[in-house]
Design a protein around this ligand. Structure first.
Ligand code: ASP
Ligand code: MG
Length: 444
């Protein structure tokens, strides 16, 4: 069995879907294809859940937008729209509409998961129908019928034992079978839909690869593979040819957005090779993640996390930040289900960084204000450098206003204040200053 995963960008319009169907058509079966929601559907559904939960009047408009996006995609994609796909897609629209017409419970995460998976159910229904129409017979699988999880809504944990049996029965390894299924969702013991965390479709593909002892897995992206830096922020990027599993885990942990952080472990456990390849240039080699010691080529890898907020805490009295404070602060952070991206403490302060998009961070700050003096700084970013050199570090320090730094043998993390504008430095002077840095480096 081979596992393919296609993200939302690859299926964002009719030509995207035609392109991935061509890639699927060229593949060897048995093949299982995991697909995300189309384009920005998950973001739209997130807004829809917020509106539903808070009783906001945008609800109808958002629902209509989701419907319209999928309906026009269908009309762009099919020359003659088969009745069946309209029936199936309409059934999903009705199910979604019925859900959000009923009053919401007071459990946001539960409600979120009952709505968010419609994106994947719709996209896979459309792609499966299109493949059938162009003569590529396939089986559409509702992944919730075989992927079990606990009821930790929004970030559910897979129940490996019970899933194994069901997945192996559902996805048989018959020679010619092509399966189309959803990423990102599963089902809890009561049969409610659960989700595995944003961008979780990579993880779904890896879970299926693990349970089915897949020969390999390919994640198809709009870049040539894994690059040493995000081309949106860095000028000269280089594609990495191979990356060891442990290194890929580190990169995704620090926020490299190419792969969902939970993806690698299930593959590593069974030594299943993972390719990251371009759906635009499918014949190019891409990046191979496999066993090994070092990435090839070995270069500094930059990971940028934008939209960070720094929360600084100081005790209200004249005391120090003690171990007790740390336990208390972390227990609140866990209770609010917040992920910290950076932490640092001094004798009288403790600071941490979270994504501005984290749903609860303001509530957490309000709670902390009962016990500490709280200061908030927004518009920050984190730059992590794996395999840094002294030159890369000097460059970062020279180009940015660094508020905090953390370094170990392989990794350096910088907290950058983007509120602070650099005085304009002409390119020539900047380059000569950098040369001075390199010169100093030689002297060291
Ligand atoms: N559609 C989901 C998301 O956008 C899952 C995924 O794309 O992996 O987060
Ligand atoms: Mg996605």
């Amino acid at each position: 069995m081979i596992i393919y995963k296609f993200g939302g960008v690859s299926v964002k319009d009719a030509s995207g879907i035609k392109n991935i169907c061509q890639i699927i058509g060229n593949a060897k079966c048995p093949l299982t294809v995991v697909i995300s929601a189309i384009g920005n559907t998950t973001n739209l559904l997130e807004a829809l859940v917020e509106a539903y939960f808070s009783g906001n009047d945008k609800l109808r408009e958002l629902l209509n937008q989701v419907k319209k996006n999928h309906t026009s995609l269908i009309h762009d994609l099919f020359e003659e729209v088969p009745e069946q796909v309209l029936t199936d897609v309409n059934a999903l629209f009705i199910e979604l509409e019925t859900k959000i017409t009923k009053p919401s419970s007071d459990q946001f995460n539960f409600e979120y998961d009952q709505v968010i998976g419609f994106g994947e159910l719709l996209s896979t229904t459309i792609v499966s129908a299109y493949l059938n129409q162009i003569g590529q017979n396939n089986e559409w699988v509702d992944v919730r019928t075989c992927l079990d999880s606990d009821d930790n809504y929004v970030d559910a944990n897979i129940l490996w034992e019970s899933s194994k049996e069901k997945v192996c029965t559902r996805f048989t390894k018959n020679q010619n079978t092509l399966y189309i299924t959803q990423g990102f969702i599963a089902s809890d013991p009561k049969g409610n839909t659960t989700s595995l965390g944003r961008e979780g479709s990579d993880y779904t593909a890896a879970i299926l690869a693990h349970l089915l002892d897949a020969e390999k897995m390919i994640i198809w992206k709009d870049v040539l593979g894994i690059l040493n830096a995000d081309p949106d922020y860095f000028e000269n990027t280089t594609k990495l040819d191979t990356i060891p599993y442990h290194e890929a885990i580190e990169l995704s942990y620090y926020g490299a957005s190419v792969i969902h952080p939970k993806t690698i472990k299930p593959l590593q456990a069974k030594q299943i090779p993972l390719w990251v390849k371009s759906f635009i240039e499918p014949n190019q080699n891409g990046t191979l993640i496999t066993k090994g010691e070092r990435p090839q080529p070995l270069l500094p890898n930059y990971i940028v996390k934008k939209q960070q907020v720094l929360v600084s805490l100081k005790p209200l009295n004249f005391s120090f930040i003690s171990e007790k404070d740390m336990v208390f602060i972390f227990s609140l952070v866990t209770k609010f289900r917040i992920k910290l991206n950076f932490t640092q403490n001094t004798a009288v302060s403790f600071v941490f960084c979270v994504n501005t998009s984290a749903r609860n961070w303001k509530d957490l700050a309000v709670e902390l204000e009962k016990y500490y003096e709280v200061e908030i700084t927004e518009n920050l970013e984190l730059i992590t450098v794996r395999h840094y050199t002294s030159a890369t570090i000097k460059e970062i320090q020279f180009k940015h206003h660094v508020l905090g730094e953390q370094k170990n043998r392989n990794t350096a993390i910088y907290l950058i204040d983007t509120n602070w504008n650099f005085p304009h430095i002409p390119k020539k002077e900047f380059e000569s200053a950098l040369r001075d840095f390199s010169f100093q480096e030689n002297l060291e």
